[in-house]
Design a protein around this ligand. Structure first.
Ligand code: GSH
Length: 225
């Protein structure tokens, strides 16, 4: 158990509704049926309790009932799905390395371009087109995969889809008209299905910011995609 980590009856999830990393964690937790105390965080005013368990204090952070602290969204997804994976989101053993490789490319290559596209001013960029076009390279690859298989995880929605979709969604919403005009029919349909799904609606429910000592919302499983 981590020093000074308070544990309760349910794992605690520090989350921020619009954060794509937190979204992917909530998707896996919800589909695994894992009840958690959800603590909605305001990033500009992080709770002291979060800083105490995590020096980097990014979201999501999960604290298990035994005091184990997970600071990375992908670790939280794997933790939840390894406990219970009713829809078989986890890749088959021989496919795990490929799945993690694509998720890694999303995080390490695509996400930096997404940030530059969304916030060119923060990066002193004269315009956002170069970042958008670099991000579009990754999206084009996803389109090719999705034109062969219904989902990034194969025939069924799974770990890779849930890990990547929140980031593709942000990219799409940065300039919806431009995105809709691109030749990505399979990816556009895949994203629309995701956004319309009961599971996505469930994990996007609004919760007021958590304050120390306050009762927390519980998140539970929802119908499948
Ligand atoms: N590698 C981390 C990244 C998490 C992350 O960067 N989250 C953002 C919000 S989307 C954050 O907490 N940023 C810290 C801050 O804004 O202070 C993960 O996968 O969980």
């Amino acid at each position: 158990m981590g020093r000074g980590v308070q544990v309760g009856s349910y794992p605690v999830l520090y989350s921020f509704r619009r954060c794509p990393y937190a979204m992917r964690a909530r998707l896996a937790l919800a589909v695994s049926g894992q009840a958690c105390e959800l603590r909605e965080v305001v990033l500009s005013c992080k709770p002291e309790a979060l800083r105490q368990v995590s020096t980097k204090a990014t979201v999501p952070v999960l604290i298990d009932t035994d005091g184990q602290v997970l600071h990375e969204s992908l670790d939280i997804m794997l933790w939840a799905l390894q406990r219970h994976d009713p829809l078989q989101w986890l890749p088959a053993q021989g496919e795990m390395a490929d799945a993690l490789f694509l998720i890694g490319r999303c995080d390490d290559e695509f996400k930096p371009q997404l940030d530059r596209y969304k916030y060119p001013g923060r990066f002193n960029l004269a315009d956002r087109d170069e970042a958008r076009d670099m991000g579009a390279g990754f999206i084009g690859e996803l389109e090719q995969r999705l034109s062969r298989d219904r989902c990034l995880s194969g025939t069924q929605w799974g770990l890779v889809d849930a890990a990547v979709a929140p980031f593709v969604r942000q990219f799409a919403h940065t300039d919806s008209d431009w995105f809709a005009s691109q030749p990505w029919p399979s990816l556009q349909a895949w994203l629309a299905n995701f956004e319309a799904s009961p599971l996505f609606q469930h994990v996007m429910a609004k919760h007021p910011p958590w304050q120390s000592g306050q009762a927390q919302a519980l998140i539970f499983t929802e119908p499948a995609l």
